[in-house]
Design a protein around this ligand. Structure first.
Ligand code: PEP
Ligand code: MG
Length: 581
């Protein structure tokens, strides 16, 4: 009998996939212990780099201990810092790598076992407890080592045509798996607006998230059907089910081919109002898909993916070369570069920049982190300013929550320009600087922000998360994540109206913008610029070309005062009925 597991389907990508299960393990044993002898010097360097990161992380934690905390807590951290330089741990691990040609994670683990054995034999109960400290220290260092080891293992795995089944899949993993022919993702945790889900959508890979115990219940190599529309994963399939899903895939592919005819058609409503359709990019190579689907520009380039799956930070030159490559690929259409939005579910190995906190989505993330860490921010900021000399570039600030953040960024841009003038470097003094409206506070003060900035872009993924107090990564509350909640619609309308009254450009770049079910609503609310995954452009264009914007605006004007009482479905139906073509 067929086994059906349920989760949250990530629709917007291909609706269905059929493929063998590939169970993704999180164990460090993924990587073989033995390494070729010529790789030993590189492995020693990796160990040193990981030790360095772990030490910096602990030093950072130490500076953040409140004064009221008992003294022995700081002393524990000092003890851990000392262990990280102790020859019994560090030199012995180096020795193992050198003598046995093994990787650093394995050597560290082996030396840990030796030390723990010694501690276990000690008579003194206090000293015996110090074995826990060794465990903590070793784990800290392994965290910094494992990111790259896992990345390597993932890069080498043969995943073409297979369904990745994982307990958890980070955005960094998803990036590594892109373009490797993965058929689908089945993940035990994560909500539909997590960055892993967003990446799956942009890669056009069907995904079902929040499939509890999937890695226990599905077997390596068995044939699966992943239905991203209904959020179902099927195993132990019979021929009738397989035939049904093969037919659905064929229908979907025919529909996609049919949409291709729209690429060169004007991007305007049925009653002739032009609407700008832009692409969201995660990685530079997405430019081809943006062009291929007729994007009028890039409305959101998420630069944080430049920082993932590596142990060093990109410098100004690397940023600049990446942006210049994009500008060239876009051939004259605008590029909106969003400054770094690290934090929450987008992490990088160097946690000294964003020590783990209990509420990462409300913590040091995006522009907050950048303003506190000039070493992270300034190379990027300077590179964007320099890139503006080469083509139409816009700079966009994520997660603004107060005017002080805007003023601080504008101050830094001015300072960068002053230095560039002095150094004879070129830039466009009129490069537009805009901000994302993702926090309810920013939405409510959109008028003031619009007067200070050149454009606004509504980031509904976060705006919904923060307005409704729903963690976008947590599948247990994803049923409450509602783009049509009256409070969300009111905030969106407020931002659009505020921008209109100051004649400021406003767009939307959250997932809502790329979902054709919401196109009539967004047009009726007054949006004329939408940014989405390249794969959604033609679907939205098709919907747009069948909309009568005049009628939609009138319907919204008539309904808006009563939307608090109105079921979301009724609202969509009324809009649909008022604009049938
Ligand atoms: C958003 O929040 O809507 C957005 C576009 O940014 P991200 O999804 O990267 O947080
Ligand atoms: Mg966001």
């Amino acid at each position: 009998m067929t086994l059906a597991l349920h989760g949250i389907g990530i629709d917007g990508s291909r609706p269905v996939a059929i493929g063998d299960a590939f169970l993704l393990s999180r164990e460090p044993s993924l990587a073989p212990a033995k390494i070729p002898a010529e790789k030993v010097p590189e492995e020693l360097k990796r160990l040193d780099a990981a030790l360095d990161c772990a030490r910096r992380h602990l030093e950072d934690v130490r500076t953040q201990i409140p004064h009221s905390t008992p003294k022995h807590i700081a002393e524990f951290i000092d003890a851990h810092l000392l262990m990280m330089t102790d020859s019994a741990l560090v030199d012995a691990t180096r020795e193992l790598i050198r003598e046995q040609s093994v990787n650093a994670i394995w050597a560290l683990q082996s030396q840990r076992d030796t030390l723990v054995e010694i501690f276990d034999r000690m008579e003194d109960a206090y000293l015996r407890t110090r074995r826990d400290d060794i465990d903590h220290v070793v784990r800290q260092i392994q965290v910094f080592l494992s990111t790259e080891t896992e990345a390597e293992a993932l890069t080498e795995a043969d995943v073409a045509g297979r369904v990745i089944v994982a307990e958890d899949l980070t955005p960094a993993d998803t990036i590594l798996l892109r373009h490797r022919g993965v058929a689908a993702f089945v993940v035990e945790h994560g909500g539909p607006m997590s960055h892993t889900a967003i990446l799956a959508r942009s890669l056009d890979i069907p995904a079902v998230m929040g499939v509890h115990r999937a890695t226990e219940r599905l077997r390596e190599g068995e044939l699966l059907v992943v239905d991203a529309e209904t959020g179902t994963v099927l195993a132990e399939l019979d021929t009738a089910i397989l035939e049904h899903y093969r037919a659905r895939l064929a229908t979907f592919d025919a529909h996609r081919r049919e949409l291709r005819r729209l690429v060169r058609e004007p991007s305007a409503s049925h009653d002739g109002t032009p609407v700008v359709l832009l692409a969201n990019l995660e990685l530079p190579e997405d430019v081809a898909a943006a062009r291929d689907n007729g994007a009028a520009g890039v409305g959101l380039y998420r630069t944080e993916f430049l920082y993932m799956n590596r142990s060093s930070l990109p410098d100004e030159e690397e940023h600049l070369q990446t942006y210049l490559g994009l500008i060239e690929g876009l051939d004259g259409i605008p590029l909106t570069i969003r400054t770094l939005d690290l934090g929450a579910d987008k992490q990088i190995p160097d946690t000294s920049f964003h020590p783990a906190r209990s509420n990462p989505a409300l913590g040091l993330r995006a522009i907050r982190l950048c303003l506190q860490e000039p070493a992270l921010f300034l190379p990027q900021l300077r590179a964007i300013v320099r890139a503006s000399a080469a083509g139409p570039v816009r700079l966009m600030i994520p997660m603004i929550s107060c005017m002080a953040e805007v003023n601080a960024v504008l101050g830094l841009i001015n300072e960068a320009r002053r230095q560039m003038r002095r150094d004879g470097l070129k830039f466009d003094p009129l490069m537009p600087v805009g901000g994302m409206i993702e926090v309810p506070a920013a939405a409510l003060m959109a008028g003031a922000l619009a007067r200070r900035l050149d454009f606004l872009s509504i980031g509904t993924n976060d705006l919904i998360q923060y307005t409704l107090a729903i963690d976008r990564v947590d599948d247990t509350v994803s049923y409450l994540y509602d783009p049509l909640h009256p409070a969300v619609i009111r905030l969106i309308k407020h931002v659009i109206d505020a921008a209109a009254s100051t004649r400021t450009r406003v767009s939307m770049c959250g997932e809502m913008a790329g979902d054709p079910r919401y196109t009539p609503l967004l047009l009726g609310l007054g949006l004329r610029e939408l940014s989405m995954h390249p794969g959604s452009l033609l679907e939205v264009k098709d919907r747009l070309r069948r909309c009568d914007i005049g009628a939609l605006s009138r319907t919204i004007a008539a309904l808006i005062d009563n939307i608090d009482e109105m079921p979301a479905q009724a609202l969509l139906e009324q809009l649909e009925a008022s604009s049938q073509h």
